[in-house]
Design a protein around this ligand. Structure first.
Ligand code: NAD
Length: 290
């Protein structure tokens, strides 16, 4: 793989690891985060150049990789970097945002000769740390072809889903399919424990049966242990559910389970769990029982 000059903007729970994989893959990496000291901390560990200003980080790079919280931050970064990116630059955005914002930035980027891909991910912080993320991509096929070798540093399964916004719509589908599942696991484990069964043994058995899932394999034990201090925050999942419900309303599609879990996560937030992993639905389930 040829070495490129890459700027990574957003060194949060996901972006930190993505940047590290890009560095290990021998790219020249400049990193940026708005929180003072974060980029420097990354550079102290991995090398490269640190910036607080996104435009400075993106100056004279061939590829920009962003991993930002939501739409607002994506649009802020677009305002900052599009004026400095050279024609032919590739921008791969791994944030989960609305499809509308993805299409807006895609249009603005195209106007200055920049190829923009919406490329949200699934697989959690462990997936980012281990370089095994699933990546769903929307945008021009030619830009996707250019991006594949870059994303390969941290993506194990990378799929072009269609035109701009298609990556975000795929990610929303993923969230619709997973939200009810996590609540179902919380209910099942609560049920089994209350009935006097050994929860770990139940998980072991279910992983060999028809209710096995990624969520069961990667989250159920931690739910049993009441460990929520990691991963994908309740706040971020509520943001994703908001995006999903808005898109579904525009298409006149009812999503009752998704909407209900959104309400439950509002209750988790009120319990103080805004930054807990969203599988803290288990905590809500337990507290309602007692
Ligand atoms: P995070 O909040 O930990 O990280 C986001 C980072 O972006 C923060 O460090 C923040 O300071 C930085 N940032 C915000 N505005 C900025 C700006 N204008 N310029 C530079 N940096 C800026 O979030 P995360 O958990 O790493 O998630 C990032 C994205 O990936 C989100 O859209 C999330 O929905 C999605 N995602 C997260 C997970 C997960 O398990 N955490 C899994 C799949 C998808």
């Amino acid at each position: 793989m040829s070495s490129r000059r890459v700027a990574v903007i957003g060194l949060g729970r996901m972006g930190w690891h993505m940047a590290a994989h890009l560095r290990r893959a021998d790219h020249t990496v400049s990193v940026c985060d708005v929180v003072d000291g974060v980029a420097q901390r990354w550079v102290d560990e991995h090398g490269g150049s640190a910036f607080v200003d996104a435009a400075e980080a993106a100056n004279d790079v061939e590829v920009v990789v962003t991993s930002l919280p939501a739409d607002r931050e994506l649009l802020t970064v677009a305002d900052a970097i599009l004026p400095v990116l050279g024609s032919g630059t590739l921008w791969i955005d791994h944030s989960t945002t609305s499809a509308e914002s993805a299409r807006t930035v895609h249009g603005r980027a195209a106007a200055v000769g920049v190829g923009f891909l919406d490329a949200p991910v699934s697989g959690g912080v462990d997936g980012a740390r281990n370089g095994t993320l699933t990546v769903m991509v929307g945008g021009e096929p030619a830009d996707f072809a250019r991006a594949e070798s870059v994303i390969a540093a941290y993506g194990a399964r990378v799929t072009h889903m269609g035109s701009s916004g298609a990556g975000q719509i795929t990610k929303m589908t993923n969230q619709i399919c997973v939200v009810g599942l996590c609540q179902a696991i919380a209910e099942g484990l609560d049920f089994a424990e209350t009935a006097g069964l050994d929860g770990s043994k139940v998980i072991h058995v279910m992983l060999q049966g028809s209710s096995a899932s990624w969520q069961m394999a990667n989250r159920a034990e931690r739910m049993l242990a009441g460990e929520y201090d990691y991963g994908f925050s309740t706040t971020l999942m509520r943001k994703d559910i908001g995006l999903v419900l808005e898109e579904a309303e525009a298409m006149n599609i009812p999503l009752p389970v998704t909407a209900m879990v959104g309400q439950m996560l509002a209750e988790v937030t009120a319990m103080g769990g805004a930054q807990w992993d969203w599988c803290s639905l288990m905590e809500r389930q337990r507290r309602r029982r007692t």
